[in-house]
Design a binder for this molecule. Structure first.
Ligand SMILES: CCCCCCCCCC/C=C\CCCCCCCC(=O)SCCNC(=O)CCNC(=O)[C@H](O)C(C)(C)COP(=O)(O)OP(=O)(O)OC[C@H]1O[C@@H](n2cnc3c(N)ncnc32)[C@H](O)[C@@H]1OP(=O)(O)O
Ligand SMILES: Cc1cc2nc3c(=O)[nH]c(=O)nc-3n(C[C@H](O)[C@H](O)[C@H](O)COP(=O)(O)OP(=O)(O)OC[C@H]3O[C@@H](n4cnc5c(N)ncnc54)[C@H](O)[C@@H]3O)c2cc1C
Length: 647
């Protein structure tokens, strides 16, 4: 059966041009060609092999990660993948994506460099960026502490200005102030951007960023006053254990004054605190940048899981055989379709919403350069909300895909357990998803409360300007096909989000203390924020399955009635039937190599069973026929039973 395309029959059913769809998914022909070239390059390089990962112990796994990161960097330079200086070019980014192994380089390029770019002055950038671009220093982002992560203003590490020596003294005053979690910190980084409370003359000016050298550039030992290590094994086997998330404490470590990142605010030689004419929230700018990247990556993780589950569902057969004929492909079961196809649609939807968010982020960045800060709240709300929405849906979606693959989905060789374990911390890092939704809720409630003062809502909240109309709205859907009209769906989502936000604002106004009200109503506020974020996704693409999933919201807010809900469901079933013949082609359009998918169930040729069988024999337990430990632990039991039987 080797080489036979078990899915050819499925591919022949496609009703659209897969090659054209590959370009749509990639973004452009140029992007497609680049991805295609780099994914093949990675797949054919033995250093980037990953099928042996599940069996490696932590130390071997980590060394393997260092080897891959070093090799990736060599390839970036040899192939001139990056521009003259930075590896944040699309080519290098793609190479990292296809290598598919989290490493310290993610934090160096993804957070340390952007923190200096966004928060450093021109002089600081000139000094530090060339070193970082050439990886002559390796950096990480040391914000979270043992005692505080979400509450950034609660961080305890201090940076006290010493006017006598023109230095800051960085110190960890308590156990809970130990830096805890930063990726790349545990074993690799030579430097960090450390977030600490700025103290001048006894006064606390809040949290600011400082560039701190952690390890010697000669022998890699921690510098005096610095205690540093890895925080230990994390969820999953290989998964995120390729990363050295670290712990760090400072004992009165001195750094020059000019190592405070001073674009947002400065400390003068005399110890005067000067705040530039920019919002203090720019100190949080690196998080906004990374949240946008996380949204762009959600579609990648979800599409991998969906690709595996779709191909396998077309290969797998259970029940339904008549007269010795073939059994039914599990993809033909309506229940399988109703679980799988909305995820297939979500992967595409997140791909497009990621593109849109990149556009929004680029626009905001351009405005910030021109000192226009007006769109910053919208950028924060959109990045926070969509990060939360897409990572939650993706993590849940990967787990659903595992279940869609039945028992075989639980095998590491399906690729799904590791994909889930690597992905699921995205719901926590870069802002816990609930904490981020509460930020969106604050923005929405503020928008509603400002309507009465004549403030015109902008951006993604612009629909609130039609509040009167949306509060009167009731869907006029009469037949299932009406739900195919994008405007009909969009209006229903707008009305639902507006009503949920208004209900929250009205309930909040009953509290004399708004903060107390916000705490009390937090669960409702989170639901209103989800409704708003779903509207953003819907307005960029799709939505009937979401409407079906949240039917309760639509009916209880009076946007639609139960009959219209059933019509939506009927239309959804019709759509599943239309997707069915195209399903395998729709996942082929992702153009993933078998190396990248890392899944026997998702193989392009569908040759699942022989390969699963072959793979089982490679497990280290099968190295010997009788297992180690037999003589010590099994044989005595068996002998004991024999003795008992004789008695
Ligand atoms: C070899 C090869 C090449 C390789 C190339 C590789 C390239 C790889 C790239 C990979 C990319 C990325 C990889 C990253 C992996 C990620 C690892 C994870 C890292 C981390 O987790 S870092 C730590 C993240 N921590 C958090 O996210 C903390 C979450 N908490 C917060 O953000 C805040 O504390 C808060 C919850 C927002 C609350 O803050 P605060 O108390 O200060 O604020 P208030 O609620 O009082 O609000 C005040 C005011 O400020 C507004 N606001 C809040 N945040 C922001 C913001 N970010 N931007 C703008 N405005 C903000 C808020 O809305 C309020 O406004 P208002 O006063 O109401 O008008
Ligand atoms: C794999 C991984 C990598 C990481 N990498 C880095 C890194 O490189 N650098 C770095 O600085 N940090 C890093 N972090 C830390 C990460 O950013 C934090 O863990 C994250 O911001 C969540 O904060 P927390 O751990 O304090 O959670 P907590 O805030 O303690 O959350 C615990 C629970 O409390 C709830 N909660 C908290 N506050 C509220 C509230 N106001 N209202 C309602 N519910 C609330 C949350 O929803 C959650 O259910 C990483 C974390 C992980 C898991």
């Amino acid at each position: 059966m080797e080489g036979v395309d078990h899915l050819a029959f499925e591919r022949n059913k496609a009703q659209f041009d897969v090659d054209e769809m590959k370009i749509v998914w990639a973004g452009s022909r140029e992007d497609f060609e680049l991805s295609d070239r780099i994914s093949r390059l990675v797949a054919s390089d033995p250093v980037f092999r990953k099928d042996d990962r599940a069996a490696l112990g932590r130390k071997e796994l980590f060394k393997n990660t260092l080897r891959k990161a070093a090799h990736a960097w060599k390839r970036v330079i040899e192939l001139r993948l990056s521009g003259e200086f930075s590896a944040l070019e699309p080519e290098a980014y793609k190479l990292r994506a296809f290598v598919d192994q989290p490493a310290f380089t993610d934090l160096h390029w993804g957070m340390f460099v952007p923190a200096i770019q966004g928060q450093g002055t021109d002089e600081q950038q000139q000094k530090w960026l060339p070193l970082a671009y050439r990886m002559q220093i390796i950096g990480c982002y040391a914000q979270t502490e043992l005692g505080h992560g979400s509450n950034v203003q609660g961080l305890e590490t201090t940076a006290t200005f010493d006017p006598k020596t023109d230095e800051f003294v960085i110190h960890s005053p308590t156990l809970t102030s130990s830096k805890w979690w930063p990726g790349g910190l545990g074993k690799v980084s030579t430097h960090a951007v450390v977030y600490a409370r700025l103290i001048i003359d006894g006064q606390d000016y809040g949290v600011h960023g400082f560039i701190v050298q952690l390890r010697s550039l000669d022998d890699h030992l921690p510098l005096p006053g610095i205690t540093i290590g890895d925080i230990g094994m994390k969820f999953g086997n290989a998964a995120y254990n390729t990363m050295d998330n670290g712990v760090l404490t400072f004992d009165h470590v001195r750094i020059p004054r000019n190592q405070m990142l001073m674009r947002v605010s400065q400390v003068t030689r005399e110890g005067k605190y000067v705040h530039s004419n920019v919002p203090r929230q720019l100190v949080y700018g690196t998080m906004v940048y990374v949240r946008q990247k996380i949204v762009a990556d959600a579609s990648v993780a979800l599409s991998r899981a969906v690709c595996i589950a779709t191909r396998y569902s077309a290969v797998r057969r259970q029940f339904g055989s008549h007269n010795g004929g073939l059994e039914t492909q599990v993809i033909d079961y309506k229940t399988q379709q109703s679980r799988l196809f909305p995820l297939l649609a979500s992967a595409y939807a997140f791909r497009f919403v990621g593109e849109w968010l990149l556009w929004l982020y680029t626009d905001v960045t351009e405005r910030l350069k021109a000192k226009d800060f007006s769109t910053l709240p919208e950028a924060h709300a959109c990045t926070a909300g969509l990060k939360s929405l897409t990572t939650t849906a993706t993590a849940d979606g990967i787990e659903e895909c595992r279940k869609l693959c039945g028992g075989h989905g639980y095998l590491c060789s399906s690729g799904l357990p590791e994909l889930f374990a690597v992905y699921v911390p995205a719901c926590t890092y870069e802002g816990d998803n609930i904490v981020l939704l509460l930020q969106v809720a604050r923005h929405l409630v503020k928008t509603v409360s400002q309507l009465s003062t004549g403030n015109k809502p902008v951006g993604t909240t612009a629909y609130m300007a039609r509040l009167e109309q949306l509060l009167q709205y009731h869907s006029d859907v009469k037949k299932a096909e009406d739900w195919l009209k994008p405007n009909v769906v969009l209006e229903a989502f707008e009305a639902r989000a507006a009503r949920m936000c208004v209900a929250c604002a009205q309930n909040l106004s009953k509290f004399s203390n708004p903060e107390e009200g916000f705490q009390e109503l937090a669960a409702d506020l989170v639901e209103a924020a989800v409704a708003h974020c779903q509207l953003i996704v819907v307005s960029n693409v799709y939505a009937l399955s979401l409407l079906h999933k949240h039917l309760g919201d639509f009916i209880s807010t009076g946007c639609i009635d139960p009959k219209q809900g059933s019509l939506a469901n009927e239309q959804l079933r019709n759509l599943y039937s239309q997707v069915r013949p195209n399903a395998v082609a729709l996942v082929d359009a992702y153009n993933y190599t078998d190396h990248y998918l890392g899944s026997i169930l998702g193989r392009y040729d569908g040759n699942v069973y022989p390969k699963l069988y072959e793979e089982a024999w490679k497990d280290p337990l099968n190295d010997s026929i009788v297992p180690d430990g037999f003589k010590e632990y099994i044989q005595p039991l068996l002998k004991q039973q024999l003795r008992n039987a004789r008695l």
